[in-house]
Design a protein around this ligand. Structure first.
Ligand SMILES: NC(=O)c1ccc[n+]([C@@H]2O[C@H](COP(=O)([O-])OP(=O)(O)OC[C@H]3O[C@@H](n4cnc5c(N)ncnc54)[C@H](OP(=O)(O)O)[C@@H]3O)[C@@H](O)[C@H]2O)c1
Length: 331
């Protein structure tokens, strides 16, 4: 039996299901400042014990070390979880700042083999196209991913940060089990077109950064971030937008206080209230934060609470874009 609250389940496409809260492992290897590897492994294992089933990584996180960390932490626990990894972005181990895209079938097939090796598994449960490569028709990329399903290397496939029209084109080639996109009280872009399209197609939304990359916890000290913390470059945390966004955060802190919750718990409970086909992947390197976040999954917000949140956090409430560059975002 899992330890802690019983997590609600969510249906993904492709006949798979998972606990409503998943664990994102990206910050365990890079992007959010230094992380203790042993503590990260303990966090992953505590998540499995608590009933978390979806674990998210990508070939490029690290670069190229996060899958190894996840694979190591899951050894002996593999059959209790779904591993979600991503391909289609290019990085270089010897130049971590390099970024590129490659959605060619050859790259996708090779990337899958590399991911399987680094994870130390024979099959990836959810294989996600990290970003659409505009140089390659998505049908071709999707064809390669469908081939991986046919070969038994992948169980189901998904896309990340796509617009609805691209999602429909991809789904015409092979069923899409999920779309992974940023989704939180301050990032509601998917609600207009992507979420309705997903529902039409019977796929799920896997919302990443449900805690606004830490900002919506009310505990992120932007001035204290490490020099190489990726969040320093995010427009919403830049000085020109931070003042406005702190006012937005104050509303969350106030409501959470009134309702006897933490801001992180309330932010997460809101995402989970958006539908039985919405999964939230939080990122944490801390077993204590993990336990706090999982407790939020047991909270059912009332209609009145959801209305109050909608009033304070309408789409577009945040100042500043989600990313410094939209170059790789499909749309
Ligand atoms: N598809 C894509 O393009 C894409 C892009 C970005 C991310 N992702 C995936 O989504 C996952 C989640 O994104 P994210 O990491 O930005 O999620 P997030 O949950 O919004 O933010 C994670 C940050 O919040 C902090 N945090 C978490 N729980 C906390 C708590 N209870 N109290 C205080 N701080 C807390 C974490 O620090 P601690 O470690 O100290 O808890 C970490 O700095 C990633 O790991 C990655 O797998 C995908």
């Amino acid at each position: 039996m899992p330890e802690g609250p019983v997590l609600p389940r969510r249906r993904l496409g492709g006949g798979l299901d998972c606990a409503a809260v998943g664990l994102g492992c990206m910050g365990m290897s890079e992007f959010y400042g230094p992380a203790d590897q042993a503590e990260s492994v303990r966090t992953i294992q505590a998540a499995v014990d608590a009933g978390v089933t979806l674990f998210d990584t990508a070939d490029v996180y690290g670069p190229f070390t996060n899958e190894e960390l996840l694979g190591r932490a899951l050894r002996g626990r593999r059959d209790r979880v779904l591993i979600s990894t991503k391909a289609g972005q290019l990085r270089r181990a010897d130049d971590p700042s390099f970024r590129g895209l490659d959605g060619s079938p050859e790259h996708i097939r090779r990337a899958c083999e590399d991911s399987l090796r680094r994870l130390g598994v024979e099959t990836v449960d959810l294989y996600v196209l990290h970003r659409v490569d505009r140089k390659v028709p998505v049908e071709e990329t999707m064809g390669a991913m469908a081939g991986l399903v046919a070969a038994g290397k992948v169980r189901a496939v998904g896309l990340s940060e796509v617009r609805a029209s691209t999602l429909r084109r991809a789904a015409a080639v092979h069923p899409v089990a999920l779309v992974q996109s940023e989704y939180s009280l301050w990032s509601r872009d998917v609600e207009d077109e992507v979420l309705p399209a997903l529902r039409e197609l019977g796929a799920a939304l896997v919302g990443y950064a449900p805690l606004g990359r830490g900002f919506l916890t009310g505990r992120l000290d932007v001035d204290a971030l490490a020099d190489d913390d990726y969040r320093r470059g995010l427009p919403r945390l830049r000085p020109e937008n931070l003042g406005h966004n702190e006012k937005v955060l104050h509303a969350l802190v106030r409501l959470a206080g009134e309702w006897g919750m933490t801001p992180a718990g309330l932010a997460l409970a809101w995402v989970l209230a958006q539908g039985p086909d919405v999964v939230a992947i939080t990122g944490t390197t801390s077993p204590t934060h993990l336990a706090e976040n999982l407790a939020a999954a047991a909270v059912e917000l009332s209609k009145e609470q959801l209305t109050a949140l909608d009033r304070e956090f309408p789409p577009g409430v945040a100042a500043g874009d989600r990313y410094a560059s939209r170059a790789t975002i499909d749309g």
